[in-house]
Design a protein around this ligand. Structure first.
Ligand SMILES: Cc1cc2nc3c(=O)[nH]c(=O)nc-3n(C[C@H](O)[C@H](O)[C@H](O)COP(=O)(O)OP(=O)(O)OC[C@H]3O[C@@H](n4cnc5c(N)ncnc54)[C@H](O)[C@@H]3O)c2cc1C
Length: 369
C-alpha cells in the first residue's frame, strides 16, 4: 500500500509512526521548508500520552515536558477555587498515563526524531488532489505530481486535501483572539499552584487566563483571550501588545494579573472553528486532526484528537485495508470528535468540577475496530 500523508504537524508525524508500528511505511509531505520553533504550548492530556507511549516517544516527551500536579479552576475576579482535579500520578493511576504539558516544538522534535528525515519530504506543499478509480493523484505547489493508494490530509485547519475533497469553505472566526507567552518560571515561582494547570474564569466565554508549566517546570506558559468583532491576520507568529492584555484584565485577581505582569512578549492569534463534518473522505482519501475537526482550545484536545485519529486510522488500515479501513476509521472517530468540538465551543469544561473520564479515559489502541 502506497501511503502519502499531507502535513508533517502533530497528527501527520504521529500517523507515520503508528503506520510503521502496524507494518506500513508512508511518506510525509510537509509544506514548510524546515521545522522551526513555532507555536508555544501543547497540552497532552492522558488520552494523548497513552496513544503516544507505544510509538517510542514517551521517554523523550517525559524528559522535556512538565507534569502538572492538579487541574484547577478559579474565579477570575475573587481568585476562589471552584474545582481541583488531581493529575500527575493520580492521572497515571486512573488512565494509564499522566498529563504532560510541553512546548509544541519539543513535541515535534520528539516525533521527527522517531520518524526520521528519510520519511519526510520538506518544502513539498500540496496544491490539490483527486480521487481516481486506482487511488488518489496528487499535485504539488512546485508543479510535481505523484499518486498513492491512500492519501491522508493532516494539513491543518486550511487543509488543501479537505478543499479538494469537499470544495472551498472557510473556517469561521469565533470573535476571540488568543495571546500566548512563555516565561521563565523563576519570575512567578512565588504564585500559588504554579506547578499546576490553572484556569481563571472570567465573566463570559471570551474572558479567561490559563497557565501551566512547560519544559520540566523551568518555563511557564500563559494564555489569555479577548473578544474582537473581526480579525484579518492569520499567523502563529504575530506579536501582540502586552499593555492591551494587561488593561483588559485589570479587574482580575492579583494572582492572575501577576502572570501578565511577568510577561515580556506575547504572540496573538485568532481562534477559528468549523462545524462538525459528516463526510471526511472518499475512495482512498481521508482527513485527520484539524483538517477534519478544528476545535477551540478550551478542552485542550486539538493535539490529543489528532493523535487519537492517527492511531485509530493506522489500526483500521492494518485490519481492513483500503479503502474499507478509511471508512471504518471515519465511522469510529466522528461522534467523539464532534462531541469535543461542540463541548470546546461551549467553554464550560471542568469549570465547577465534573468527570473527565470520557475524554481522558479513551484508549486509541484498544477501541474495538
Ligand atoms: C505553526 C503552528 C503553530 C501552532 N502553535 C500552537 C500553539 O502554540 N498552541 C496550540 O495549542 N496549538 C498550536 N497549533 C495548533 C496545533 O498544533 C493543532 O491544532 C493540533 O496539534 C492538530 O494537529 P494537526 O496535525 O491536525 O495540525 P497542525 O499541527 O496544524 O499541522 C498541519 C501541518 O500541515 C502543514 N501543511 C499545511 N498545509 C499544507 C499543504 N498544503 N501541504 C503540505 N503541508 C501542509 C503545516 O505546515 C503543518 O505542519 C499550531 C499549529 C501550527 C501549524
Amino acid at each position: 500500500m502506497k501511503i502519502a500523508i499531507i502535513g508533517g504537524g502533530i497528527g501527520g508525524l504521529t500517523l507515520a509512526l503508528a503506520l510503521r508500528k502496524e507494518g506500513h511505511e508512508a511518506v510525509v509531505h510537509e509544506r514548510t521548508a524546515q521545522f522551526g520553533r513555532v507555536g508555544a504550548d501543547i497540552n497532552l492530556t492522558p488520552n494523548a500520552v497513552r496513544a503516544l507511549d507505544p510509538l517510542g516517544v514517551g521517554e523523550h516527551l517525559r524528559t522535556e515536558a512538565a507534569r502538572p500536579r492538579f487541574r484547577i479552576s478559579r474565579d477570575g475576579y475573587t481568585g476562589e477555587e471552584t474545582s481541583r482535579l488531581p493529575m500527575s500520578d493520580a492521572a497515571e493511576e486512573a488512565y494509564g498515563a499522566p498529563q504532560l504539558t510541553i512546548h509544541r516544538a519539543d513535541l515535534l522534535d520528539a516525533l521527527e526524531a522517531a520518524v526520521g528525515s528519510d520519511a519526510v519530504h520538506l518544502g513539498h506543499g500540496l496544491e490539490s488532489c483527486e480521487v481516481t478509480d486506482d487511488g488518489v493523484s496528487l499535485r504539488f505547489a512546485d508543479g510535481s505530481t505523484d499518486d498513492a493508494d491512500v492519501v491522508v490530509g493532516a494539513d491543518g485547519i486550511h487543509s488543501a486535501v479537505r478543499r479538494s475533497l469537499l470544495g472551498e469553505e472557510h473556517p469561521e472566526f469565533t470573535g476571540t483572539v488568543a495571546y500566548r507567552a512563555v516565561l521563565p518560571t523563576e519570575r512567578v515561582a512565588h504564585l500559588p499552584g504554579i506547578d499546576c494547570f490553572t484556569k481563571f474564569w472570567g465573566k463570559d466565554r471570551y474572558t479567561q487566563i490559563v497557565t501551566f508549566p512547560l519544559t520540566r517546570g523551568e518555563e511557564t506558559f500563559v494564555f489569555a483571550t479577548e473578544h474582537r468583532e473581526s480579525w484579518s491576520q492569520e499567523s502563529w507568529t504575530t506579536p501582540g501588545r502586552i499593555e492591551d492584555l494587561r488593561a483588559a484584565y485589570a479587574d482580575f485577581h492579583e494572582d492572575a494579573r501577576a502572570l501578565l505582569d511577568a510577561c515580556d512578549d506575547v504572540l496573538i492569534s485568532a481562534l477559528y472553528v468549523r462545524d462538525p463534518l459528516t463526510t471526511w473522505g472518499r475512495g482512498g482519501a481521508t482527513l485527520i486532526g484539524d483538517a477534519a475537526h478544528p476545535m477551540m482550545p478550551f478542552m485542550a484536545q486539538g493535539a490529543g484528537q489528532a493523535i487519537e485519529d492517527a492511531v485509530v486510522l493506522a489500526r483500521c488500515l492494518s485490519v481492513h485495508g483500503a479503502p474499507e479501513g478509511l471508512r471504518r476509521y471515519e465511522a469510529l472517530r466522528q461522534e467523539r470528535t464532534a462531541q469535543i468540538q461542540v463541548g470546546s465551543r461551549g467553554n464550560e469544561w471542568l469549570k465547577a468540577g465534573g468527570n473527565a473520564d470520557w475524554v481522558y479515559g479513551y484508549d486509541a489502541w484498544e477501541v474495538t475496530l
